[in-house]
Ligand binder design. Sequence first.
Ligand SMILES: [Zn+2]
Ligand SMILES: [Zn+2]
Length: 276
Amino acid sequence: MSEHNGYALRLHVLGSGSKGNCALIEGPQGLIMIDNGFSRREVLRRMHELGLDEHDVRALLLTHEHTDHVSGISVWCRAFDVELYASIGTPETRAYLNELDFCEFVPGLRFEVAGVDVQTFATSHDVVNPVGFRFDCGGDSIGYATDTGCLSDFALDALSDARVIALESNHDVPMLRTGSYPRYLQDRIISDAGHLSNDQAAEAAERIVGSHTEQLVAMHISQENNRPSLAVRSFAAALGAELDDELGSTATLARGGSGSDLHIRAAGQNRPITIA
Ligand SMILES: [Zn+2]
Ligand SMILES: [Zn+2]
């Protein structure tokens, strides 16, 4: 698993959303898993669908302790030997996490995993020390931020100009406000400790998408209060990209002679994708 198409890193999203989250960074020495919120069987099925081998997973990093991100971890760790990383305090939030042997880090710390440089940064969510990540290897880079009500300047700087950016675009505010969720839940989602709306994600994208950014992926899209096409359209409008089709499922910002094009798409809850 060395370089692909001249790039050192790949992002595989097995699933993203409130019913389960799991993604993998493919680097020169194997796979780094981000969250494990599906059954082992489901993770394996999705990995195999993308041609990935579970024995290549070297490490597992947690963003935070919500069930949709950690429910599969105990069973996974019984079957496979992986290094575990979580922010300080996260393992103590649940008995079944606390039984595992985590390397705990302070948000903002930088460390190396499987030949990949990992920059952590604090996100803003109603849990203990939630985090996002930037991965750097051989001049290639991937930024990853989900489950955050807002992004600090530190987080925006960490994500800035990564080649691949996976960014939460959780809800459309009008859909959320007129939808079936009770008011208290709507307020929680909209709060600074909730989730990024399409508009907030688009505003962040304007700041962090740079000339080296080739892939922008909308993450953690609500099945109740959003549509993948709304998230893609929102990103496209903010960045001046054109929709690739009437459905608006993908969009492209053509940069002509000045560099590689930027591709915009959405990760789904049930369809695993590879971002090369
Ligand atoms: Zn989540
Ligand atoms: Zn969460």
